[in-house]
Ligand binder design. Structure first.
Ligand SMILES: [Zn+2]
Length: 269
């Protein structure tokens, strides 16, 4: 599932190739994504001004409005040759003045929808802060989770304190911060949050620079895999030595998903 670094890699690729271009055609072969893709006819002839990211969402900004794009579980956007025949999971084509951007999504959990001001406000209201938002301080995070017995990893995945982490980067950030994934979120003090937020920003920054992590589906818009996989410390490495201390990495199931951690480097306090 694309997490913040993968979405950011896609955003940068789109911004580089498409900004300033006019959307000239949209072909919808399969409208049944998470929600049905509405008619995009009104968007033809509009010029793309910029591509922003909020959490794991892409916001395509046109002078006349915004299109919201989410890659869901397995969505992918890629530039392909204009005469490239579509494959089975290639559900949408966006043409920007001769540049073909293709949306592929085997599991069809993605989303393409106009985002009006009210919908953007609602989206904003339910998302946590961006990792680099100045308001995201250890004291703020600490106060935000008071009274919450939920495990810190679950809180990271929920995105309601800080957005962008899925299973991979939640495990990695907790490892680098030395925090056990199943600790109740409310037990973290400001020092813990300071380490955790710093670790999260560091893994995100390194992963963005590497173009993300490719396990299965993720590609940059130029079709390349992300190269952060080789730098994962614990994720997907059950039984392998911890890069810090050599203790075998452990895997447990938490909230129905695999959690990887080092039982020595990550502790209660
Ligand atoms: Zn260790």
């Amino acid at each position: 599932m694309p997490e913040l670094p993968e979405v950011e890699a896609v955003r940068r690729g789109l911004e580089e190739r498409l900004v300033g271009n006019i959307l000239t055609e949209v072909r919808v072969r399969e409208p049944r994504l998470r929600r049905p893709v509405p008619s995009l006819a009104p968007w033809i002839g509009r010029r793309l001004l910029r591509v922003e990211r909020r959490g794991k969402y892409l916001l395509w900004r046109f002078a006349e409005g915004t299109l919201l794009v989410h890659l869901g579980m397995s969505g992918r956007l890629a530039f392909v040759a204009p005469d490239e025949p579509p494959g089975r999971h290639d559900h949408l084509d966006f043409l920007f003045e001769g540049i073909l951007l293709r949306y592929t999504d085997p599991r069809r959990f993605g989303l393409v929808a106009p985002l009006d001001a009210a919908a953007e406000w609602a989206l904003e209201a339910r998302l946590g802060l961006e990792p680099w938002d100045e308001r995201l301080t250890p004291a703020w995070a600490c106060a935000k989770v008071q009274g919450r017995r939920r495990a810190i990893k679950e809180v990271l995945l929920s995105g309601d304190v800080v957005v962008g982490a899925g299973n991979i980067y939640a495990c990695e950030a907790l490892f680098h911060a030395g925090i056990l994934p199943d600790r109740p979120a409310e037990s973290l003090d400001e020092d813990d949050w300071a380490r955790l937020l710093a670790a999260l920003r560091a893994v995100f920054e390194a992963a963005i620079a590497a173009g993300g992590t490719t396990l299965r589906d993720h590609r940059t818009v130029e079709g390349k895999g992300g190269e952060y996989r080789g730098r994962l410390a614990v994720y997907g490495r059950e039984g392998e030595p911890c890069p810090n201390c050599g203790t075998p990495v452990r895997r447990v199931t938490q909230g129905g998903r695999s959690t990887f951690f080092c039982p020595l480097c990550q502790h209660e306090k």
